[in-house]
Design a protein around this ligand. Sequence first.
Ligand code: PMP
Length: 405
Amino acid sequence: MTYSTLAMSIAESPTLRLNEEARLLRERGEAVIHLGIGEPKNRAPMTAILGATAKLSTGDIKYVPTDGLPSLKKAIIRYTEENYDRLVAPENVIVSAGAKQSIFNILYSILNPQDEVIILAPYWVSYPEMVKMCYGIPVIVRPEDGTFHPRFEDIERVVTSSTKAIILNSPNNPSGIIFSDEFVAKIVDFCERKGIYIISDDIYHKLVFDGKRPTPAWKFTNKDIENTKVIVVNGVAKTYGMTGFRIGWAIAPRRLVEIMTNVQGQITTCVAPFLQVAAEGALLGLQSIVEQLRLTIQNNRDVIMNELRTFTGVKCVKPEGTFYCLPDFRAYKMDSVALSEFLLKRAYVVTVPGKEFGMEGHLRLSYSGSIKEITEGIARIKWALDPNSPNEIYIGDKRMVRDWL
Ligand code: PMP
C-alpha cells in the first residue's frame, strides 16, 4: 500500500499526542500534572450552554449556510466593531470549525505551490504543518537569542518574490509576549506596500496582563476591508474557555471569503448549527466572565513566574498574555524532546518540548490549570532536575526518591 508523501511528512500534533499520553498514564492511576494543555478550566458561559441546548431541543438540526449562521455572523460583526473599531459586512466573515480551520482555509485559499509564508519563531506548532499541507514553504524567522520578539529587519531580509503571507500571533503562543506597536506598524506598512498577506491570529487578544493590550494589525492600515492585506482570525476557544465547541472565524475581503466558502463547502458543508448558536450566546452574553478568566490566568502567571524565579539556571521571559510561558532549560538539557519525556516518565508532569515551537532548549508550560497544579508541577520539575532541591518528594501518595543526580 502506498500513501501520500506529503501527508506522511506532516507531523503529529505534539500537544494532542501528549494529551493522549497523559490520559493513558492517568488511567493507570498515576498522579499526572498537565502543564501541557492550553485550555482554561472554566465552565462554558451559561448563555452558550442555554443557546445550544435550546437549539438542540428543537430537534431541527440541519445543514446551514457554509459561511456561518447569519445570526452568528451578526454577533461577530458586533464583536469586531466593539473590539477592533471596524465595521465589516456579513460577506467579509466566514465561520469555521475552530480558528485552526480558519487558518488552514486562508492558507489553502491564498497559496500556490511553492509560495512562501513567513512564520516567526517561537510559533504555534500547526503553522508550518498547515503551510506544507497547502504545498507552500514555511520560512522561519528567529529572534535574537534570549528574546522572543522578532525583528523587522530579519523579516525584510527573507522576503522574496514568492513571499505570499506572514503570520502574526500576538499575544504569542508559546512565549506569551505581545509584539510592539512599532513592529506591527512596520510589518503592516511593508506588507501592504508589497502585497503580502498578514494573517493576524488574534485568538488570545483578550487574555492579556497588567493593563497591556495588543493593538490590532488593522489599526496600522488606512486601507478599507476590501483592499487591505490584513486578515483577522479569532474565535471563542480561548476567550470564553470554549475549546471543545470548535468555533472560529476569519474576516477578510469578500472575494477571499467567497473562495474560502467554496473550499469549506467541499470539505465540511457547514459548522454544526447548535455550536454556532453557543458561540453566539457567548459573544452576546455577559462579558464579565472574560475579565474573570483573564484575572485568574494573570494570577496563575504570577504564581508560575514566582516558582520559576527560584529555579536555579532556568530563565523565563515574563508573559504579557496567553496562558503559556516558555522557560529556557538549556542549563539542564539542550534536547527539549528528551527533557519533556524525562519529566513525564520520572515526575509525571506534562510539558511541551520547545523544539515543536522552533525553540530548542525550552519547554512550554501552560498555566491555564489550578494554582495547585502549577506549584506542584514546578516543584516536581525542580526535584527531577535541580540537585539543590530536596531529593525526596510525594507524587500522589507515593514517596519518590531521586537517585539520578
Ligand atoms: N491559534 C493559536 C495560536 C492557538 O494556540 C490555537 C489553539 N491552540 C488556535 C489558533 C486554534 O484555536 P481553535 O481551538 O479555535 O481551533
